[in-house]
Design a protein around this ligand. Structure first.
Ligand code: SF4
Ligand code: SF3
Length: 541
């Protein structure tokens, strides 16, 4: 076997990619990512055993976040960037080790410098290095949750918000995945603790986003095109968007969002930019054709990148932050921390305007503040029976045909139900005309995947208003679609908050061993999805 990765929903045969990633990740990149994660574990061991405080580890914290983020599905396919990051982390690790006395564990002391030696080392430290299937399953679930946590912590950090407790937990969790004294019960407890910190990191990012850009508000977003040359921005990082909008002011170049950047339109701050014109396209997996017809430069601030099929499209793709793709220009911050997007802007001016692929608009902006402003209306509608049930359908989209389930599910839901959504999963139903209930749209989009936090705040508020003791007594059902590791941290956060009977699809994670899957079923009532009609019947009971 040349590689082994089973971290995402599209893993080969539902069990693991062994030759090449379904996502397009090569064997070499997969192995380098394994080694990068192993190096993070080594640093974490030194931090924990040396009782080093995150407050004193500024650059180390940031490089650890970046490394974890680089290994998230569809974030970074660039072997050279990952190799450089391994070297950087080994230097950091060795510096830390000089000041800490500890028994030399391999992760905290191995040395490699050439690509060949890295690949050789990687072969023995990946997922399968843990032999016991259940321990492996729990360790990997914790690591995937921590990856999602790191992604959200990085966005918050970019906005100047950091929480040392979150960094300390990342070290604790990553070091624990090498600790052979921990048994399955210990790791189940750590999994829930990962969820606890998942709630903290999403709250931190929510605070970072809303304190800088205002609270999302009901917004109509155009999905057609204007006639100007344009840049498309994808991913989740709002600070990159802000800088791009500033630099394109009065240049004649328009800015469109793609995929997970759509919710940026909901923030009051961005509404002052008249050249911030709309959203182009759909969820990440449709980018191959949508990037062809967009014609202008594309900026990836994070995942999800799909390997471009043509040189022409590749030449228009730029990456920044933790994202990367071989042969695409990568924008790094200048000394002052700001990014220079002039290369994209100059390129955009030479290229045609986007082709129109659809027309009309979509409505979103139903994050917690906006929904709570409508609380009276919502509560009245529930009390009168006009709203029978809410369906949380947050999470990710993906290319599998089986995800048509979610479109059909949304279409067939009774008309007295409301869908609460967040993440790119929404593209399965946000352009259907599902109507409204007394003026409340039947699809309420809170924002990006991290804004699933908003849905939790809304649920907790409803619990308070209705005077309930248990969040599970609310008329809310959870039918979550997952794809990558940010969805793992969202799921663990929901479990930590005590949410039961979550349905997870389109397939259960390949990284769950049968025993670990049983624990999730028995303790939390987690289940997969079935047929649309019977699932709706079950949910409505
Ligand atoms: Fe396979 Fe997903 Fe890993 Fe890519 S990220 S190699 S598709 S399991
Ligand atoms: Fe989508 Fe990649 Fe997860 Fe942020 S863009 S939700 S899949």
């Amino acid at each position: 076997m040349s590689m082994y990765c089973y971290q995402c929903q599209e893993t080969a045969k539902g069990t693991g990619c062994e030759i090449r990633g379904v996502c397009g990740k090569s064997e070499e990149v997969a192995k380098l990512q394994d080694l990068l994660i192993y190096t993070v574990k080594g640093i974490s061991q030194i931090v924990i055993k040396g009782d080093l405080k995150a407050e004193t580890l500024n650059d180390v914290n940031h490089e650890v976040l970046n490394s974890l983020f680089m290994t998230i599905t569809n974030a970074n396919f660039n072997d050279i960037a990952i190799e450089q990051q391994i070297k950087k982390l080994i230097d950091i690790r060795n510096d830390l080790r000089n000041n800490v006395k500890l028994d030399n564990h391999d992760a905290a002391s191995f040395e490699t410098d050439t690509r060949a030696s890295m690949l050789e080392k990687a072969a023995s430290v990946g997922v399968l290095a843990t032999e016991n299937q259940d321990i492996r399953s729990l360790r990997e679930m914790i690591i995937y949750g921590v990856k999602g946590m790191a992604a959200y912590a990085e966005h918050a950090k970019n906005l100047g918000k950091e929480d040392m407790d979150i960094y300390a937990f990342i070290y604790e969790a990553m070091a624990a995945t090498l600790d052979d004294s921990l048994d399955a019960d210990d790791l189940v407890a750590l999994t829930l603790k990962t969820g606890e910190y998942g709630v903290k990191v999403m709250a931190l990012l929510d605070e970072a986003n809303t304190s800088k850009y205002g609270n999302p508000e009901i917004t109509t977003v155009d999905i057609g095109v204007k006639g100007n040359p344009a840049i498309l921005i994808s991913g989740h990082d709002l600070t990159d968007l802000e800088q791009l909008l500033e630099q394109t002011k009065d240049t004649g170049v328009d800015i469109y969002t793609h995929g997970e950047m759509l919710p940026a339109h909901y923030y009051p701050f961005f509404k002052k930019y008249s050249h911030f014109v709309g959203n182009y396209g759909n969820a990440w997996w449709k980018q191959i054709s949508e990037f062809e017809s967009f014609h202008g430069p594309i900026l990836f601030t994070t995942n999800c990148i799909v390997p471009p099929k043509s040189e022409e499209v590749r030449s228009r793709i730029f990456t920044t932050g933790s994202a990367g793709f071989p042969g695409c220009s990568h924008i790094i911050p200048r000394e002052d921390g700001k990014k220079d997007f002039s290369a994209l802007i100059e390129l955009a001016k030479t290229l045609p305007a986007p082709d129109e692929i659809e027309t009309g608009s979509i409505v979103g902006g139903f994050a917690h503040n906006q929904v709570l402003a409508l609380a009276d209306q919502v509560v009245d509608a529930v009390k009168s029976g006009a709203i029978k049930k809410f369906f949380v359908m947050a999470g990710c989209d993906g290319r599998m045909k089986s995800r048509d389930y979610y479109t059909e599910f949304a279409q067939k839901l009774p008309k007295d139900t409301i869908i609460l959504t967040a993440g790119c999963a929404k593209y399965r139903y946000n352009k259907l005309n599902l109507g409204d209930i007394g003026g409340i749209p039947r699809v309420l989009d809170a924002g990006q995947c991290n804004d699933s936090y908003s849905l939790v705040v809304i649920a907790l508020k409803l619990k308070e208003v209705f005077g309930l003791d248990d969040i599970n007594e609310l008329p809310i059902a959870y039918n979550i679609a997952w794809y990558e590791q940010k969805a793992v941290i969202v799921l663990l956060a929901l479990l930590y908050l005590g949410v039961k009977n979550i349905h997870l699809g389109p397939t259960l994670p390949g990284f769950l061993s049968p025993n670990v899957a049983n624990v999730l079923v028995e303790k939390f009532g987690i289940s997969g999805i079935g047929e649309v009609d019977s699932d709706i019947e079950l949910f409505m009971q």
